[in-house]
Write a protein of this length. Structure first.
Length: 326
């Protein structure tokens, strides 16, 4: 019963011995109209006894029913539901609505059994958490490691692959996001495969692009590596009477340090006595023809400068395993 309303009734004939009797209460199967939500609310049991003829008595008071601390099985569609906060319940040592614990500390010869096994095509479905992108409130899922321990980690183990499927219903552009402890977005991968991160990247192997050829095959194209952190830009200009003033692209200039020495590489596109860089400034450079030449030859140039803020980095000594500890 709940609030005086009966939700389930059964009648049994029992043997009384020395004024005592015992029985098991509850249906043997699913009862139509009796859902898991009904069993998740506060319940009391009311017992009425009768000799089958003249005596009928309802025992008082009704007895409150509580959840069993151990259960070998639950009814289909069963609910474990409660409203519990950390202030009231946490002060009494309660840290979860439901705990599934296997305390066995296993080893290779006698490993522990899983504390929880979920078998089914849909696995586990999570909801009720705050949304990541501001949408889907109340329908987002969340997984936490031991929130009461500052060094708690979260590990995933697989005998084969681990896969993440984004935007299964195909109704939005989705991402895998990584946030810092301060809530800043530091890295994400879009469902189309674009990767964006704040911070450094380090690889023990090569970094390549995959290019589709005219015959449909794909080939790897490799990046050029450097001992320092350089940015480069390319352009074209032409001499006028043996001299050219070239302005550096202002946008490129904002990404590099042009107050320090930078490099200019020249390629003349016609016959001339040769070219040289006569002057370099933070905003541009002057190109002149050798031997006082006065031609109007065109030329290509390549400018290479240190990335702003990374001027002092050169062949830093590292160990890839150290990055896993940062």
């Amino acid at each position: 019963m709940t609030g005086g309303t009966s939700i389930y009734t059964e009648t049994k004939t029992l043997e009384v011995t020395d004024g005592l009797f015992d029985t098991v209460v509850g249906p043997a199967g699913i009862v139509a109209g009796l859902g898991a939500e009904d069993l998740a609310q506060p319940l009391w049991i009311e017992v009425t006894i009768s000799d089958g003829s003249t005596i009928t008595e309802t025992l008082a008071p009704r007895q409150r029913l509580y959840g069993a601390p151990y259960a070998f099985t639950l009814m289909p569609n069963a609910y474990v539901s409660a409203s519990m906060d950390t202030i009231i319940f946490g002060a009494n040592g309660v840290d979860a609505v439901l705990n599934v614990v296997n305390t066995h500390d296993g080893d290779a010869s006698n490993p522990a059994l899983p504390a929880l096994r979920v078998v089914g095509e849909r696995g586990i479905e999570l909801s009720g958490a705050a949304p990541v992108d501001g949408s889907g409130g109340g329908h987002s899922g969340a997984i936490y490691s031991g929130s009461g321990h500052q060094d708690s980690d979260l590990a995933f183990y697989s005998n084969d692959e681990i896969a993440f499927y984004l935007d299964v219903d195909g109704n939005s552009g989705s991402r895998v996001r990584i946030y810092s402890g301060t809530g800043d977005l530091v890295c994400f991968i879009t469902e189309t495969g674009n990767l964006s991160c704040n911070g450094n990247s380090s690889f023990g192997g090569t970094k390549t692009a995959v290019v589709t050829m005219q015959d449909g095959t794909q080939r790897q194209v490799y990046t050029i590596e450097s001992s320092e952190v350089w940015f480069e830009d390319f352009g074209s200009a032409a001499l006028v009477d043996g001299r050219a003033v070239v302005e550096i692209d202002p946008l490129f200039a904002q990404t590099v340090n042009l107050t320090e020495d930078y490099h200019i590489f020249l390629t003349p596109l016609g016959d001339c006595a040769g070219l040289y860089v006569a002057e370099k400034t933070p905003t541009g450079f002057i190109v002149q023809e050798l031997q006082g030449g006065a031609s109007s030859v065109a030329f290509d140039y390549r400018i290479v400068a240190h990335r702003l803020g990374y001027e002092d980095l050169r062949l830093e000594r590292v160990n890839l395993n150290d990055f896993a500890e940062d």
